[in-house]
Design a protein around this ligand. Structure first.
Ligand code: ATP
Ligand code: ZN
Length: 515
């Protein structure tokens, strides 16, 4: 497995950039000014992967988004505690309460233990995170480590909010105010389309504890006051976010699919807990949801619609790397679209992102070659703002305004390109600004090299050294005006999957064609 170095240019703590940070809050469906609950410190929880398979590029878009959010909070001078969970139990094949546990189903299909499956895909996910230069969370919380706390939480809310059926302990969604407000209101019709569970009081009620069926032993099951069984998926995130961040915390993130069922159910549980067991017992604070902001990224889609593990036929970051695409080209592709817009994935799109990344890397390499010092390695934005070259100052302000405007990365990226291209500005001042931009964008531009970007596709039929040697032979043939030989060498290279790019403006003389 290839590994990619990551570096984050540290920014000084005392920098505060001018534009106020505004973020879209799915609760109100408006962009609101952001202020953390605690001074200078933001607490963020992101729903993590269900580790029954490799993450696909759509799943990873969700974490490029949270990383952009985290880097923007850092850019604004806040410290950040960020939790991502690992769902290794409880997520059913339907987001509501139908179907099988995804982990149990994967274990049955592969004849491996759930624990082995979880360990394998958790490791693969963490590798994806590192390859995308996503800052590791302050803590990864693993659902199965929190089962006693989940049982305790369920016991506290059960008397006023739950009822027991043969299949489990169910949350009565009519016991909390405004159930489903996050999703734009309660949608009983949608819930009714899901496999009905006999005895449920309302279609939107959900299991917070699933009993093991009689006579059946599950690989993952725990004793509880309601019998042997396993926690519901929604309960996990309520409990882990409360345990690690406290309620209310600042921002809860997830993909837009979570806005419909998973997050409304988390909110209902949080409201129930707060009403019966929170600091003001019995006095449910109006509008209490457990988090002040709920933020959702839109989908990565392909021709068949939302990229999805359950549906199959998805693309992983590993397969992209195997095809010779640097993982940060995928990050750049994501940044080129606003996180709330749908993004279509295609080989052409990611190919164009790779070319854009090459231009950025070559631009920065060219500047570094002309650099006189190393001041840019630790950009101090406060210093930079006070002393900045007049041509750079507007770029810094515009960049800050763009990312402060609900993380408008598509507007920020061209400013990075503009900074690289600016003429008649001292190189080190430019590099300092670029390093600062990159601290927010996470493209690793200060350390990536041209050579890093040239990945060898796994099924390549020819090694880079051989290609270089053949191109040298071709250059010699052309110098001798032996154009027949030159064409013959080029055609032979093309036949072996090498795109020969004469006169490439990036001086990228060849590339291996993507599968
Ligand atoms: N196509 C997609 N585009 C963007 N985000 C996505 C996409 N699919 C899933 N997500 C998000 O990825 C994160 C991890 O999801 P998770 O691992 O639970 O996926 P899953 O439900 O098991 O798989 P899938 O939805 O693909 O069948 C969640 O925040 C989810 O909303
Ligand atoms: Zn969650």
């Amino acid at each position: 497995m290839r590994r990619f170095a990551s570096s984050l240019c540290a920014m000084s703590d005392d920098q505060h950039i001018a534009a106020p940070l505004r973020l879209f809050n799915s609760l109100t469906r408006t962009i609101e000014p952001f202020a953390p609950i605690e001074d200078n410190h933001a607490r963020v929880y992101s729903c993590g992967p269900t580790v029954y398979n490799y993450a696909h590029l759509g799943n990873l878009r969700a974490y490029v988004f949270t990383d952009t959010l985290r880097r923007t909070l850092l850019w604004k001078g806040l410290s950040v505690t960020h939790i991502i969970n690992i769902t290794d139990v409880g997520h059913l094949t339907s987001d509501a309460d139908a179907g099988d546990d995804k982990m149990e189903a994967a274990a049955r299909a592969s004849a491996k233990s759930i624990w082995d499956i979880a360990a394998h895909y958790t490791q693969a996910f963490k590798q994806n995170i590192a390859d995308l230069n996503i800052i590791a969370p302050s803590e990864w919380t693993v659902a199965t480590d929190y089962v006693p706390q989940m049982i305790a939480f369920a016991e506290r809310i059960a008397p006023a909010h739950c009822y027991e059926l043969d299949s489990g302990l169910y949350f009565d969604s009519a016991t909390v105010p405004d159930y489903g407000a996050l999703a734009g209101g309660r949608d009983d019709a949608a819930h009714a389309r899901i496999d009905p569970v006999a005895g449920k009081r309302n279609p939107s009620d959900f299991a917070i504890w699933r009993k093991s069926p009689p006579g059946e032993q599950r690989q993952m099951e725990w004793d509880s006051p309601w019998g042997k069984g396993a926690p519901g998926w929604h309960l996990e995130c309520s409990v882990m976010s409360q345990a690690r961040l406290g309620h209310p915390f600042d921002i809860h993130t997830g993909g837009i699919d979570h806005r419909e069922i998973h997050h409304p159910n988390e909110i209902a549980q949080n409201q129930a807990f707060h009403a019966c067991c929170g600091p003001d017992v019995g006095a449910a604070e109006a509008g209490f949801t457990g988090a002040r902001w709920w933020m959702h990224n839109n989908f990565l889609v392909d021709r068949s619609g939302k990229m999805s593990k359950s549906k199959g036929g998805f693309t992983t970051l590993f397969s992209l790397i195997d095809a010779g695409v640097h993982p940060l080209a995928y990050r750049l592709l994501c940044l080129g679209a606003h996180y709330r817009s749908e993004l279509e994935f295609s080989a052409e799109g990611v190919g164009a992102a790779l070319t854009r990344l090459k231009r950025l890397v070559m631009g920065v390499e060219g500047l570094k070659a002309r650099s006189e010092g190393v001041t840019w390695q630790s950009p101090r934005l406060d210093y930079l703002r006070a002393n900045m070259h007049p041509k750079l100052a507007p770029l810094l302000e515009q960049f800050d305004a763009a990312i402060s405007d609900d993380l408008m990365t598509p507007r920020a990226l061209p400013l990075l390109e503009e900074a690289i291209a600016l003429k008649k500005v001292p190189v080190d001042e430019k590099l300092c600004l670029i390093a600062a931009f990159d601290a927010a964008l996470g493209l690793n531009l200060m350390t990536l090299t041209r050579a890093d970007l040239r990945l060898q596709p796994r099924d390549a039929q020819i090694a880079p050294e051989e290609i270089e040697a053949e191109l040298e032979r071709r250059a010699a043939a052309r110098a001798d005006k032996d154009f027949a030989l030159s064409d013959e060498i080029r055609d032979a290279l093309i036949a072996r999957g090498v795109d020969v790019m004469d006169g490439d403006p990036l001086r990228w003389d060849w590339r291996l064609t993507l599968a």
